[in-house]
Design a binder for this molecule. Sequence first.
Ligand SMILES: [Ca+2]
Ligand SMILES: [Ca+2]
Length: 208
Amino acid sequence: MKLSSSFRRHRGFTLVELLVVISIIVTLASVAFVTAQSSINKARARQAQKDCTDIVQAVNNFIMDHQGVLPLDPMYKVGDKDIVVTSAYDDKSQLISILLNRENSDLDRVNTQRKPYLSATTVDTPRGGLYFSGREVGLYDPWGKPYYVMIDVDGDGEIQDPTAKKNLDRPIIQRVIAYGTGPDGEGSHGDGKISVQASIEDNVYSWK
Ligand SMILES: [Ca+2]
Ligand SMILES: [Ca+2]
């Protein structure tokens, strides 16, 4: 009798017990993974928010130093329609190159003060900082997307809120706003209008 109970105590786990233990481990691991992913995304969102604020500050400082001239290609004239550009290095606006005083041509240089207005970490891939490709430079969010920057080119001191559901919603009383598309990398159109409301929930905004 004693032998038998001792044998039972040391016989090891049954298949069911093993499956229960494995499923508990899998559940705990997936909870840990989701928690880690969520805190990574929170840290990235903080960085993206800082980048957006820095871009807005840089553009405003630039405008102040250049007597109202915008940090854009001279083809954009004050009085034209408000525009949205991106912080990508291949963007026609060359916004980041101008803000960093790294314009390609000295002849039609927009940054006449010849000083940098923006600083960020330099990175080897277009993700999470300033990415250089030859003489081109772009600023990318921690998820690898460029930021969207809307600029009050028409000079009325306000910008249409890209998240507004109707055009009747109140505009944002600022000369420049910036936003990132967040972990899903979606939530913007080329014209700055956001069409799919679900995709903007994780977006990061300079003005909110
Ligand atoms: Ca405007
Ligand atoms: Ca998004």
